[in-house]
Design a protein around this ligand. Structure first.
Ligand code: GLA
Length: 404
């Protein structure tokens, strides 16, 4: 009898544990999500005409064809107050036809629709937060057809991060619509250690800005440069993989950096298997910016099915070599010159075995010879039988795809 009781108890605990820890929609984001987000260019200055124009350009510019799928509204879409039933309301001045109509518009163009809120009492820009309304807000998003939720971390004094994000994840699950859950907790509580079963991606750092080398003080907080975000990724690469990604923040390509800096930023994010969320004004996108954001060869590196983040294999005197194992025994190698002057790299492939110790993958160029394909110039650059020599300008990259 006792045996039966304890067996039943064990089964019940098992079921409960299952609903507690495996709540997220497992099939989503098998490769890093790609899309566009309103924040980096527009902050809270968004409205329906502007955004519908952006949706149209998203499609006509070739972004959609290049693989970008999500159209995400960031902070600023709401009215300052919930309605009498406690529901969030789209700002009627900004969205006179309501949010469902806007979501339908996004879907009618073959895109997926994303929205933003916050785990705290208010969003970072002071709009109503979700604290205490998790299940109600999740049901509302599901009724609008939301496909992606970015969930921020402002105004959360006294709240436990893991609990707060788990509650929202359970609320999304209960609402029944598969929604990609993007945790935006800035890495404060190491979400890579606990969020794998909670959401599909988690921010690993504070906010990016369109600067390559130096951080920028904003008074009460510091906006991070591309390189300082890069330096925080290598040590957490083992936590990322299909369905659970480290998010080094959205792209600043086309927002004011130099061409080579934009190119390096995009290349490094692809090497990191980062979510690729463009944040530029697509309507004013230059051909150069478009050529970066839609570089199919780089996007293929980002979207590779193995979902392995690159590791920093070598760093000396401003030159770094990042290595990203790819499926079919291929590998991407990125040479970065982060010094302030041009440098010539001369790399002898046969000199060392390149080892990914996390994934137990070795590249021994004495045993195997690989062809080198330059993913920016599109040139074939010989094989690993010979040393690779090239001069790389300051703050620029060369990215090679190696095929046996
Ligand atoms: C935080 C996030 C940003 C953006 C703003 C909106 O700073 O990290 O990405 O969503 O809030 O207020």
């Amino acid at each position: 009898m006792n045996f039966i009781k304890s067996t039943v108890l064990a089964v019940l605990i098992g079921l409960f544990a299952n609903t507690t820890y495996a709540q997220k929609f497992e099939e989503l984001a098998q490769t890093p999500p790609m899309g566009w987000n309103s924040w980096n260019t527009f902050q809270t200055n968004i409205d329906e005409p502007l955004l519908k124009g952006m949706v149209d350009t998203y499609v006509s510019s070739g972004m959609k064809d290049a693989g970008y799928t999500y159209f995400v509204l960031d902070d600023g879409w709401m009215s300052m107050d919930r309605d009498k039933d406690g529901n969030l309301v789209a700002d009627p001045k900004k969205f006179p036809n309501g949010m469902k109509e806007f979501a339908d518009y996004v879907h009618s163009k073959g895109l997926k629709f994303g929205i933003y809120n916050c785990a705290g009492t208010k969003t970072c820009a002071g709009y109503p937060g979700t604290r205490g309304y998790e299940y109600q807000d999740a049901r509302l998003y599901a009724s609008w057809g939301v496909d992606y939720l970015k969930f921020d971390w402002c105004n959360t004094d006294g709240i436990n991060a893991k609990e707060a994000y788990t509650t929202m994840s359970l609320a999304i699950r209960a609402a029944g619509r598969p929604i990609v859950f993007s945790l935006c907790e800035w890495g404060n509580h190491q979400p890579w250690r606990w969020a794998k079963d909670v959401g599909q991606l988690w921010r690993s750092t504070g906010d990016i800005y369109a600067g390559f080398e130096k951080n920028l003080s904003k008074g009460s907080w510091t906006a991070l440069s591309v390189l300082s975000i890069l330096d925080k990724q290598d040590s957490i690469r083992q936590y990322a993989g299909p369905g659970h990604w480290n998010d080094p923040d959205m792209l600043e390509v086309g927002n004011g950096m130099k061409y080579n800096e934009d190119k390096a930023h995009f290349s490094l994010w692809c090497m990191l298997a980062a979510p690729l969320m463009a944040g530029n004004d697509l309507r004013k996108m230059s051909d150069q910016t478009k050529s970066i954001l839609t570089n199919k060869d780089l996007i293929a590196v980002d979207q590779d099915a193995l979902g392995i983040e690159a590791f920093r294999y070598y760093a000396f005197d401003g030159i770094e070599i990042w290595v990203k194992p790819l499926s079919n025994n291929e590998v991407a190698v990125c040479f970065l010159n982060r010094s302030n002057h041009p440098q010539t790299v001369n790399y002898n492939w046969k000199g060392h075995v390149i080892s990914d110790s996390v994934n137990k993958i070795d590249y021994n160029f004495n045993v195997d010879t690989y062809k080198l394909h330059d993913l920016w110039t599109k040139k074939e650059l010989g094989t690993t039988a010979k040393s690779f020599e090239q001069t790389i300008p300051s703050d620029d990259v060369v990215v090679l795809r190696l095929t046996k």
